[in-house]
Design a protein around this ligand. Structure first.
Ligand code: FES
Length: 99
């Protein structure tokens, strides 16, 4: 199983995690503090801009995450860290989408 690289740009930290890991869990492994609320994809507190390489590096938003992102009106490059799960390649987590 190939690990997925997750970079937290603002903190300058990188971790390698198993496919299926949430970006929030990856942040915990990296020692990066992320402001959270519900941790279930419902509040949008942890929305961040991300860059995926390849484009399929994250599983598509679904369920509560997809509904919350649509309600927030953020762009397709924004994901909720508690809900977005890595799949392959590399994910760069950029700035807070609501800050
Ligand atoms: S913490 Fe509420 S949506 Fe992620």
């Amino acid at each position: 199983m190939d690990l997925v690289e997750v970079q937290f740009a603002a903190a300058g930290k990188t971790v390698f995690v198993a496919p299926g890991t949430t970006l929030l869990a990856a942040a915990g492994m990296a020692g990066v503090d992320i402001a959270t609320g519900c941790t279930r994809g419902r509040c949008g507190t942890d929305a961040h801009h991300v860059v995926c390489t390849p484009a399929t590096a994250l599983a598509p938003a679904a369920g509560d995450e997809a509904g919350t992102l649509a309600r927030m009106g953020v762009g397709a490059d924004c994901r909720l860290l508690c809900s977005a799960r890595v799949r392959e390649g590399r994910v760069q987590v950029l700035g807070d989408a609501i800050g």
